[in-house]
Design a protein around this ligand. Structure first.
Ligand code: DX5
Ligand code: ZN
Length: 216
């Protein structure tokens, strides 16, 4: 997995034209598809589940990254992997037995990510960092697209990088929420490997061009 990757979030896609939007991303310089699953319990919003995941996998020709914003994610990770998820990320705050859930994801053949809400300190990852393939730092409170980026994320990127280096971990750092063409370069320079962007891509006049700009 190389660095400076862009993962457009399908949460902001046009669901009436989902196949069209997926094909646009296939043609674009986007690296991953980011699939946001919300249950109305872990976060105050409901997005979509398996039927949409099935459509994404049928048409997407790139790595599919599933971000589970749900309680008891361990009950559903296997089905998302069976449906073709390449990476599944679960929230630290939603997992009573995080180590077990990370192992379950990897045993089923996918990469495993752990997600931190904006108020959760990076140090909570000290005893799991060498097991995970990715750390996802939320740069907004999860639940909705189009929110304002939280600046404290830069500090958390640097702390995550230090934690990764001191544990000889190979985990990637992903940032999700409020990413746009004005902050993407700074985020990559700070140490992010993968940036999620929903609103910035799908609300722009030329999404393919915006993806190019996010990578500069
Ligand atoms: C937020 C989701 C994000 C969101 C990003 O709960 O996890 O992936 O869709 O959207 P933007 O880029 O619009 O902030
Ligand atoms: Zn997300």
């Amino acid at each position: 997995m190389k660095n400076r990757l862009i993962a457009p979030s399908l949460l902001s896609a046009d669901f009436g034209n989902l196949q069209r939007d997926i094909e646009m991303l296939n043609r674009s310089q986007a690296d991953w598809f980011h699939v946001d699953v919300m249950d109305g319990r872990f976060v105050p919003n409901i997005s979509f589940g398996f039927p949409v995941m099935k459509t994404v996998r049928e048409h997407a020709k790139k790595f599919v990254d599933v971000h589970l914003m749900i309680v008891e994610p361990e009950k559903y990770v296997e089905e998302f992997i069976n449906q073709g998820a390449d990476l599944v990320s679960v929230h630290y705050e939603a997992c009573t037995h995080l180590h077990r859930t990370i192992n379950l994801i990897q045993d089923k053949g996918a990469k495993a990510g752990v997600v931190l809400n904006p108020s959760t300190p990076v140090l909570m990852l000290e005893d799991i960092i060498s097991e995970v393939d990715l750390v996802l730092l939320m740069s907004v409170n999860p639940g909705f697209g189009g929110q304002k980026f939280i600046e404290n994320t830069y500090k958390k990127i640097s702390e995550t990088k230090d934690l990764i280096l001191s544990n000889n971990s190979t985990a990637l750092i992903q940032v999700d929420g409020g990413v746009n063409v004005d902050n993407s370069a700074k985020l990559f320079d700070a140490g992010a490997d993968v940036l999620v962007a929903g609103n910035a891509v799908f609300s722009s006049e030329n999404p393919e061009k915006t993806i190019e700009l996010l990578k500069i």
